[in-house]
Design a protein around this ligand. Structure first.
Ligand code: SER
Length: 321
């Protein structure tokens, strides 16, 4: 029986990850934290829900004291555009609170003479400053966004704590994925740069015209929410990751806004998209890779699903109108 802590369980990835953890670990103890209350879709019985802020360090400390945590899934975060609008809050949430929870994992892992597994969702935002194709984990990481800088900061901090833990024989086992945009039938994201693709999908299903805030040629990598959850599960269940690198690329497909629109119009001939590029988004999108090299992730079992039409067809049935 494991004890798991999940933060940000009301978010796009957190909500699906909580569902997965509950289904796959019926006998485990799960503690779920979010600023928002639990809702109907995540009202699970074997979960202890806590409604509070990740900045409440005393609360975090008390959770570690009360429960013998084995795994942490840390999803609380501000996305790229929200971070740009509110840099101080981004520093507090994306960096300071994340460092505190990694430190607690390290402290309690050491105290209990074990490795606490820690999952951190990093992002393609760590790449830059120029657009590249098939980015590998060791390619240049000079992000132009505060969000990307914050992500790389945590990747490096977590890796350092992991190396320290290896030397000590206990502590924190930090593992991370560099997520591209996420495509989900359950959520319409806001506050990110990659939001336009899922927003376009949901608009097409709802019969609404879509105003796209990036240029039609803008090409970025994406992953479906199912495969994102699958990747996290695979990464976290691997006994040991044979890599000094603690952050891995994952993607399903790479596509331009216009090619995605064309697929949608094949299915919904009435669907219309207008392109009105917003400089805030465009500058960031133009610094992120077109596509990712996922070879390293394949070594622990990840595989991409690039059948875009099939994915869209499946998702169309799941989108609520
Ligand atoms: N999807 C995120 C964003 O657009 C990138 O990790 O901010």
């Amino acid at each position: 029986m494991k004890t798991m802590l999940i933060t940000g369980f009301r978010g796009e990835i957190g909500s699906q990850m909580l569902r997965e953890l509950v289904e796959k670990n019926p006998n485990s103890q799960i503690i779920a934290l979010d600023l928002l209350e639990k809702n109907q879709s995540n009202c699970f019985q074997n979960v202890e829900f806590i409604q509070d802020s990740i900045t409440n360090i005393e609360l975090l400390q008390s959770i570690f004291e009360k429960y013998n945590i084995d795994e942490i899934y840390h999803f609380v975060a501000l996305l790229s555009q929200s971070s740009k609008k509110n840099p101080e809050l981004a520093q507090k949430i994306n960096v300071d609170s994340t460092i505190s929870i990694i430190d607690l994992a390290y402290e309690f892992g050491s105290k209990n003479n074990k490795f606490i597994k820690f999952f951190f969702p990093s992002s393609i935002a760590v790449y830059g400053p120029r657009k590249i194709a098939l980015a590998s984990e060791t390619d240049i990481i000079k992000p132009i966004s505060l969000y990307g800088l914050n992500k790389i900061n945590i990747e490096q901090y977590g890796t350092k704590k992991y190396e320290q833990s290896i030397l000590n024989g206990s502590g924190v086992d930090f593992r991370s994925l560099r997520f591209p945009g996420i495509l989900s039938p359950f959520n319409i994201p806001t506050g990110g740069t990659t939001d336009y693709l899922p927003q376009m999908l949901h608009s097409a299903k709802k019969g609404l015209k879509y105003v796209c805030q990036v240029d039609k040629k803008t090409t970025l990598p994406f992953i479906t929410i199912d495969n994102a959850i699958n990747a996290i599960t695979l990464l976290m269940s691997s006994q040991c990751i044979k890599s000094k690198l603690r952050s891995f690329n994952v993607q399903d497909f790479s596509i331009s806004a216009y090619d995605f629109e064309l697929i949608l119009t094949e299915m919904f001939s009435e669907f219309q998209t207008e392109y009105k590029s917003n400089q805030d988004l465009q500058i960031i999108a133009d610094s992120w890779p077109d596509s990712l090299n996922c070879e390293l992730a394949c070594s622990w079992g990840f595989s991409s699903n690039n059948e875009i039409k099939k994915i869209i067809n499946n998702f169309f049935h799941l989108i609520d109108v």
